[in-house]
Design a protein around this ligand. Structure first.
Ligand code: ADP
Ligand code: MG
Length: 266
């Protein structure tokens, strides 16, 4: 299911935050949203899941303006793993995951065998089968992230929004998560801080700075030393990942950069 941002601007509390962003996210592709803290990544993503109303422009899912969808239809199309994972659900982890099935349920019917099966499968997929009976509030940050991902997956929505999904995660599960979400044919929009994770797993990256789109395209085409400097203010070298062949951006603070590139290996 295709997602389109058409000249989207957003103001918060009267302050313009996002300016005229246009983006096409093709069906089944993975978009990485990159940019410094406070550049508007979350603000833009929230227009897709309708927490923020654009001050101008339109966000479409499968051609339909998201603001015209019913809450249930929006949930059937778009699942979200948001940044604020501090919600203190007074529930077990399994019950939290089951919340993802609510858009599929009518009234207060009991969970169906299919609902229970999907929850079990999702807990397994995110490596959290052993956590189902634990209270969500008592889990570690990384464990909560796994549960919230499982909740988003059981929703079975074709569009998946991930806002900094790899916060709190160890490197092994960061890779696992990106592998998991990129291998399901979903249209994924993920705000990421790790440029190299984006280079590795995203079909396209969109780079924001101060609410404006700086670049959009394939990671290999878009991510280069000039863009990294102008966006993040750091020096870098663009390398080829020795294991995957994808772009690899090596960054360093100015004080650590020596004239001889081979110095690091001495
Ligand atoms: P990112 O996710 O890229 O780190 P955000 O989208 O969360 O950035 O925030 C973008 C900017 O909007 C930040 O400068 C933030 O301080 C500002 N902002 C967020 N909420 C409000 C608000 N209610 N009123 C004014 N500014 C806000
Ligand atoms: Mg954010």
């Amino acid at each position: 299911m295709k997602v389109t941002f058409d000249d989207v601007s957003v103001s918060l509390g009267g302050t313009p935050i996002v300016h005229h962003v246009s983006l096409d996210v093709p069906t089944g592709s993975v978009l990485g949203l990159l940019g410094p803290n406070g550049c508007g990544k979350s603000t833009l993503l929230r227009t897709l899941y309708r927490v923020n109303k654009p001050s101008a422009g339109t966000v479409r899912v499968d051609g339909d303006d998201v603001r015209r969808l019913s809450a249930r239809d929006a949930a059937l199309r778009i699942a979200v793993m948001a940044q604020e994972s501090s919600q203190e659900f007074p529930m077990t982890a399994r019950e939290v995951v089951m919340l993802g099935r609510v858009p599929h349920q009518r009234g207060f019917g009991a969970d169906s065998a299919r609902d229970l099966g999907l929850v079990k499968e999702a807990l397994h997929d995110v490596g959290a089968s052993a956590l189902g009976h634990r209270y969500f509030a008592g889990l570690s940050g990384g464990e909560k992230q796994r549960i919230l991902l499982a909740r988003a997956l059981v929703q079975e929505s074709p569009v998946l929004v991930l806002d900094e999904p790899t916060n709190h995660l160890d490197i092994s599960f960061q890779l696992e998560l990106m592998q998991l979400v990129s291998g399901r044919g979903l249209t994924v929009l993920a705000a990421l801080h790790d440029i190299n994770l984006a280079a590795e797993f995203c079909d396209h990256v969109a780079v924001l700075k101060a609410g404006r789109l700086q670049a959009f395209g394939r990671p290999d085409d878009v991510l280069d030393e000039g863009l990294i400097r102008s966006t993040f203010g750091v020096d870098s070298r663009k390398l080829v990942h020795p294991l995957t062949g994808r772009a690899l951006i090596a960054v360093a603070p100015p004080s650590k950069i020596s004239a001889a590139p081979s110095a690091a290996s001495r």
